[in-house]
Write a protein that binds this ligand. Structure first.
Ligand code: PRP
Length: 175
């Protein structure tokens, strides 16, 4: 069973506000959104269209080994960014920051690249689950613990297409 926690209307309003904030902060600067696949694809698509400034868009994919319902902290690069990052202002776009392991790994990875700056944007910030000291520069919603699906977020690759974000009851999680 799943319970709606963020409606499409609530998400759209928050994404619009984030887009306006980012547009203001990066006015006149070469901006690139880098979406972290797969979960970020829907959020990035909406966030990009909420911007009022020029932007380049690319994606990166990392894989983590271990449990299915949370990341293990053991991470490897699965797909590299392909656009030229030189002197670009990068915003790493995530659907969710949970333990913080993935974003910490990405920040360390981008620290070695010739960017102008690197910031982070997540739609969902699960602060109480944090194991690594990471604070998102832009965050849509801070939510308590609980397994979330929809708007890009999956459970076993299902539910990403849902237009709202739902809490999935533990009885629905089988591994
Ligand atoms: C999810 C999410 C983040 C990461 C956050 O990705 O998209 O990348 O977990 O967890 P963390 O803060 O504990 O590292 P997942 O590995 O489920 O892959 P997906 O994006 O393909 O759903």
């Amino acid at each position: 069973m799943k319970t709606l926690i963020l409606s499409p209307t609530e998400i759209a309003a928050r994404v619009t506000a984030l887009g306006q904030q980012i547009s203001q902060d990066y006015q006149g600067k070469p901006l690139m959104l880098v979406g972290v696949l797969n979960g970020a694809f829907i959020f990035l698509a909406d966030l990009a269209r909420a911007l009022t400034i020029d932007v380049e868009i690319d994606f990166i994919r990392v894989a983590s080994y271990g449990q299915s319902a949370s990341s293990s902290g053991t991470i490897r690069l699965a797909k590299e960014v392909e656009l030229d990052l030189t002197a670009k202002h990068i915003i790493l776009v995530e659907d969710i920051i949970d333990t913080g392991s993935t974003m910490a790994w990405l920040i360390a990875y981008f620290a070695n690249r010739p960017t102008a700056s690197v910031r982070t944007c997540t739609l969902i910030d699960k602060k109480e689950r944090r194991q690594v000291d990471i604070t998102a520069d832009y965050a849509g919603f801070t939510v308590p613990d609980g397994f979330l699906v929809g708007y890009g977020l999956d459970y076993a690759e299902q539910y990403r297409q849902l237009t709202g974000i739902y809490h999935l009851e533990p009885t629905a999680i089988t591994s």
